[in-house]
Design a protein around this ligand. Structure first.
Ligand SMILES: *[C@@H]1O[C@H](CO)[C@@H](O)[C@H](O)[C@H]1NC(C)=O
Length: 417
């Protein structure tokens, strides 16, 4: 620490702030990612994409110090994800002239990309020629097509793999590096644990008359044990690579894993670990799509409330967790609600607010308990947080927010009907 302090003083005395700033680079811009199918892709900037996050390696400022014009290229072959890693810059500070050392940016990247990458573009191009031999890992679960404006009809496959598939462990190490750039709180999983399931999405494409496979995205699921003889698969990580986002692969993947686990009697229901807002929206959509055809969710049953039949049917037929089934019920009921009928609208609002009020009710019970054991001056600070007026406003806000989200899901259901 003392050394750093001295170094900072030294810096301030020797280099003007302006010069310092010139040697700072935004690491989200400096890191260039690419999925390469053809040799000409290597120099085509239009296929480059950048991280959304790099704070796990470069700190909360997402800045690297010591270089001008820094570029860290991490390019992957489209299927096997064989890696090219190169650092370029136009100039860097030196300890002889500038009395300061540049950040070891290469060392930071090497912390997450597995050994075995190449730094030579020529070697990378020859790895690209081997891509024709790359075949998806594991067993085929599902295949689907999507119409693409430029390329026409494209075919995708979802495979289930496990760590014993030859070459998969190493491939997964390369694949998971993307988590660091696109999931804010990503961490790598312990693949020695055999309770992990891996689901992979591939796109089929044509190169010189042959069919090749490109990696699109993946999901990891952990099989939790539930007493006495059940499991509860929990979705841990899910990533659709940026060039493929917004095309519907996430919902295909989630639907496919529900269908896969449905066939296993020991599975109780499917949950998710610390889901993001986007994941919840995706799940709401997929589960609503699946449940809308179940008899217990029929339009005439919805106004009667969230029923034990709904819970049972969603769980038994689709392995849907009770909490998620409740959201599906609210979505499908909103869809079936006649918005010009005041009574129906009011009944719907009450029903949703009743659920939203749950956590507040718990707060109130806790407050009542606290009153018995806290000193008056301590109680005052807790009271402030639970003022009724604010509670009502918060509740109304949550309700509006939920309904907005639900409407978007209903629109999406309608557009894919
Ligand atoms: C996939 O990548 C690994 C590591 O770079 C390499 O050993 C293997 O030969 C590659 N396989 C194909 C089919 O390109």
């Amino acid at each position: 620490k003392c050394f750093i302090f001295l170094m900072i003083r030294f810096l301030l005395e020797n280099i003007s702030a302006k010069k310092l700033a010139e040697y700072k680079c935004d690491t989200n811009e400096a890191i260039c990612l690419k999925l390469v199918r053809f040799p000409e892709d290597v120099d085509d900037d239009s296929t480059t994409f950048h991280p959304e996050y790099s704070h796990q390696l470069f700190g909360d400022d997402e800045v690297a110090f010591g270089y001008k014009g820094l570029q860290m290229k991490i390019f992957y072959t489209a299927g096997n994800l064989s890696t090219l890693f190169k650092v370029k810059y136009s100039s860097k500070v030196t300890d002889t002239f500038d009395c300061v050392e540049p950040d070891d940016v290469g060392g930071k990247i090497r912390e997450i990309i597995p050994a075995g990458f190449t730094s030579s573009t020529d070697d990378f191009i020859s790895l690209l020629e081997k891509e024709a031999k790359f075949k998806p890992f594991g067993t085929l679960l599902h295949s689907y097509t999507i119409h693409n404006e430029e390329a026409g009809e494209l075919t995708y496959q979802i495979h289930k793999a496990d760590i014993t598939c030859p070459g998969f462990q190493e491939y997964h190490e390369r694949l998971q590096t993307f988590l660091m750039w696109f999931i804010e709180t990503a961490s790598f999983i312990d693949t020695d644990d055999d309770r992990w399931d891996y689901f992979l999405v591939f796109e089929k494409y044509n190169k010189d008359g042959e069919t090749l496979y490109a990696t699109v995205g993946y999901m990891t699921v952990y099989n939790y044990y539930v007493y006495p003889d059940k499991t509860r698969p929990r979705v841990s990580q899910m990533l659709i690579l940026p060039p493929f986002q917004g095309e519907g692969h996430g919902s295909q993947l989630l639907e496919a894993i529900h269908r896969f686990y449905c066939s296993l009697p020991k599975v109780q229901d499917i949950t998710a670990e610390d889901p993001s807002e986007n994941y919840v929206k995706l799940r709401d959509y997929v589960l609503s799509k699946l449940c809308q055809n179940l008899p217990s969710f029929a339009a005439d049953k919805l106004p009667l409330g969230f029923s034990a039949d709904m819970i049972k049917e969603a769980q038994e037929k689709l392995k849907i967790n009770k909490k998620h089934a409740r959201r599906v019920y609210e979505i499908l009921r909103l869809r079936a609600t006649d918005m010009s009928d005041e009574d129906q609208v009011k009944a719907y609002r009450l029903e949703v607010k009743k659920r939203l009020f749950g956590p507040y009710r718990k707060n109130q019970r806790e407050l009542a308990k606290m009153k018995k054991c806290l000193r008056p001056e301590e109680l005052v600070s807790h009271m402030g947080q639970m003022d009724t007026q604010t509670q009502q406003e918060e509740l109304e806000k949550s309700y509006q927010h939920a309904v907005e989200d639900y409407r978007r899901i209903i629109e999406r259901l309608a557009s894919h009907a």
